[in-house]
Design a binder for this molecule. Sequence first.
Ligand SMILES: Nc1nc2c(ncn2[C@@H]2O[C@H](COP(=O)(O)OP(=O)(O)OP(=O)(O)O)[C@@H](O)[C@H]2O)c(=O)[nH]1
Ligand SMILES: [Mg+2]
Length: 528
Amino acid sequence: MRGQYGKERPVAVPSFVDKVTLHVAGGSGGDGVASVHREKFKPLGGPDGGNGGNGGDVILQVGADVTTLIDYHHEPHRRGTNGAPGAGSNRSGSNGEDLVLRVPDGTVVKDASGEVLADLIGPGTELVIAAGGRGGLGNAALASSKRKAPGFALKGEPGDELTITLELKVVADVGLIGFPSAGKSSLIAALSRARPKIADYPFTTLVPNLGVVTAGSTTFTVADVPGLIEGASEGRGLGHDFLRHVERCAALVHVIDCATVDPGRDPLSDLDVIEAELKAYAEATGSDLLDRPRLVALNKTDVPDAKEIAGFVRDELEARGLDVYDVSAASHAGLRELSFAMAEIVASRRAETPVAEVTRIVLRPKAEAGVGREFTIDQVNGQWIVRGEKPKRWVRQTDFANDEAVGFLADRLNRLGVEDELLKRGARAGDDVVIGDEDNAVVFDFDPQIPAGAEVLGRRGEDLRIDQSDRRTNVQRREELAARRAHEAEIREARESGRPESSAATPDWTFPEDDPALDGDDSDEDRR
Ligand SMILES: Nc1nc2c(ncn2[C@@H]2O[C@H](COP(=O)(O)OP(=O)(O)OP(=O)(O)O)[C@@H](O)[C@H]2O)c(=O)[nH]1
Ligand SMILES: [Mg+2]
């Protein structure tokens, strides 16, 4: 819509949004880089590729001054900033910035299936809803004594990505409940500075209004929710949706219209209808709403007939154990007593409940492979499916265009015991081994004979993976070295004396000079 001067005219928008669907994604981690230090007269320096920065998280944070979710209604896609890639000369990429999404107190976070992930209460409370991806290691960080100049780097990982719904449950101390047009909005307007819409037709209030009331030394909040009618708990009228707003309240006030001219309605039956709705709601949702103390405000007593009706029902209500107040939102009669009664309940409830501490909630991915295990292997349709956080992550970090990087992945998987387990389970060479997310899986040919890493390939005839399991001590190494020297001397002697060397040519042991099992650094790169 364009106004007179071509400017955007403000479009009417709902001012209170209490339920939104949001798509959140952590920033991607930056790629590590493979680079070799270059200097004059030193053409082949060491690896100096820096690490990629971590992607930024998406964080939900309760803000004391935030009252609606409307911003997310307008912009439902949010993501953290990506980490920057590493660079040569050991320069790390910068980390992506976290994206902090401020939400109102009382925001319930659910996943796409409707499962509650968190209930965010108390200003400052935070939830890391989508973690950023880790940056990949550069080749400098991947170098080790067995892999002096890696020609590859790890890729940054994508951040978590998920669809959530945010639902606002008003966190108020006192909830006003009652039939449409009972005068709930009028009452909150008379008690506080809230200025809700008031009209003589039902369902004037469509979303809750909050007001702040001070009585004596207690300051508390009062929520005016949309009118309830019979069947509300089954979705009639405005339905379930707003009953959840009174769930958090310490006390409920029945606002009863004593001036109604509707046939078939009177204060007692109105109260019964509302109570039945609360009960049905509590049963359907498992809420403990029925435990809340109740007050009764017999409203509109400025109307003579209404004052009389209020007098008739008072005894009956008190006999039910209820605290009853004659009030008039119009003349403000009885409001002082009512507000002090509310304050008293609120104060005693506050004294019982300790102040909620500011919490930071971090959702960790559930251990996919089960407790205490790094991975699981299942056989499905003739394929071997390897599941586990680490294998999945390592696959994401691998640059499959680089053979050395693929070898490094195979090395890591073997160190974790994947190959051993596959052999144990009866996998044969040529079988498909699937690792990774369903839609992002990588299929390998199982080939247990081929040495894993590119550098491992450099030493022909040795299967280093066998040696890895039996770590040798330095004493053993020295002994083996001495044995090898002796053996070489034997061969030399044999050559010099013209004897055939065949008998001495194949020692029955191997001596990798650079045994990967002796590198203490492997665990560190595996943890990334
Ligand atoms: N005479 C009189 N009229 C009142 C009083 N309180 C509210 N009303 C009138 O009752 C009508 C309904 O008032 P609201 O405050 O909008 O009622 P509500 O309970 O918020 O209604 P919904 O939002 O539709 O559920 C309006 O016309 C008010 O002016 C009162 O104390 N005395
Ligand atoms: Mg209202």
